[in-house]
Design a protein around this ligand. Sequence first.
Ligand code: TXE
Length: 493
Amino acid sequence: MKLKNYQMYINGEWIDSVSGKYFPSYNPATGEAWCYVAKGTAEDVDRAVKAAHDAFLSPEWSNMTYTERGKLVRKLGELISDRVDELAKFETMDNGKLIREMRGQLTYLPEFFYYYAGLADKIHGETLPIDKKDMFVFSSREPLGVVAAITPWNSPLYLTTLKLAPSLVAGNTIVIKPSEYTSASLLELVKLVEEAGFPPGVVNVVTGFGLPVGDTLTSHPLVSRIAFTGGTESARHVVRNSAENFAKVSLELGGKSPNIVFEDADPDNAAMGIIAGIFGASGQSCVAGSRAFLHVDIYDQVMDRLVDRVSKIKIGDPLLDETEMGPVATKAQLERVEQYVTLGHEEGGKLIYGGKKPEQIGNGWYYEPTIFEHTDNKARITQEEIFGPVLSVIPFKDEQEVIELANSTNYGLAAGIWVKDVARAHRVAKAIRAGIVWVNTYRSVSPVAPIGGSKLSGYGRESGYEAIYEYTQTKTVWINTSSEPIPDPFIMR
Ligand code: TXE
């Protein structure tokens, strides 16, 4: 059977790359190619950025009222809500994540479009009570220009939406480079951008690899804003590239997030939360709760529940509704997981569960849910992001100790706290150095709530009203209302 070729989308047209080449996209559940994607070049990027820049300046887009832009963004959300099942299937085919997880994400995705559509006519400045006579001063929030969005493979459309929806309502135009592993769902979604009625050039997609596509895009002189989600190494390149043009950057990178269980927590809920944090999505989530800190007084209760439920996880075809854990997304990720498990043994971790590929699941890139027990937080597998289904469990005795342990990584993205004592919940939430803290829940998201981290987890915030600030800049307008002559021109007024 001939596999489908996906073209790129530039300036409202579906086109081949100037290279004329395509590359395969693999299904992680079979290890086989299921479609081909246009292999973008530096020249394609240049074309797309110029198209986005022209669209940004075009009266059709720049003079469109905020209300009209909001309506377009809302329409896009509505079109997505009609195509949830189909789009979810494309995501699962590409990244191997559970169909029910992707369907769940996509069912909720329109809410992000509706939220930002609702904010479109609330992007306003202020009249400033200026401390000078005869001056009227106001500020407005202006779009930045061309946004370069670079996205990873783990939740392709969700992570794209966090960039796309606020960019558009704020009046920017955008060039998106999806992960080379997961381009199909975005190319399908872009058909809906067309259907919603966005002018050509407002949304563009260049497919291909970090080099040259991501690299050329993030160093392009016409790009004013870079929104990057991915790994720390690529992020370093992106930040250096941004210096070409001083493009404003946001980075949403990985983490080594702690899930802390205090002695008064509900052990059943805590065990479920830990599983959701690390084995949901096979651990391939930026907020994966890859370190569980269990208070010694509740250690055995939680561990027993954890192992019992983990031993019942149904691993298999991610397209089946009953499956609970699918494969990891790429062969490279599988190898990375295997290397970290070997390291876990070498560094003295005690393997409690898993630690190998499951038997009899064909050629897919599957790995068992894996639990290591450690005496401290110093081993590399307790410090470095694995991005796979590997949990490190560490005991603790008191609050101050666990705060220090939780904070002692180079990351600062998310944390979970399982506790009944409300005062302690507040104290610990405050002390944890992370951009998101969940108390008695994990992996909850909403368009209303900002996401982002610090340290090696990156900077800037996505989602929530804060994204509007991230995609706009302030303009201050001074109007002299006096008819008096201008006095001494050599001093600041
Ligand atoms: O990410 P990459 P990879 C973490 C996770 C994972 C590791 C590596 O630990 O194991 O990163 O994953 C594009 N200039 N996360 O290798 O390469 C690339 O083409 C510009 C956490 O898949 O960073 C893709 O579109 N762009 C994370 C995007 O960057 C470049 C999600 C991300 O891929 C580039 C994914 C360059 N020089 C991985 N090089 C999260 N925050 O959820 C690559 N890219």
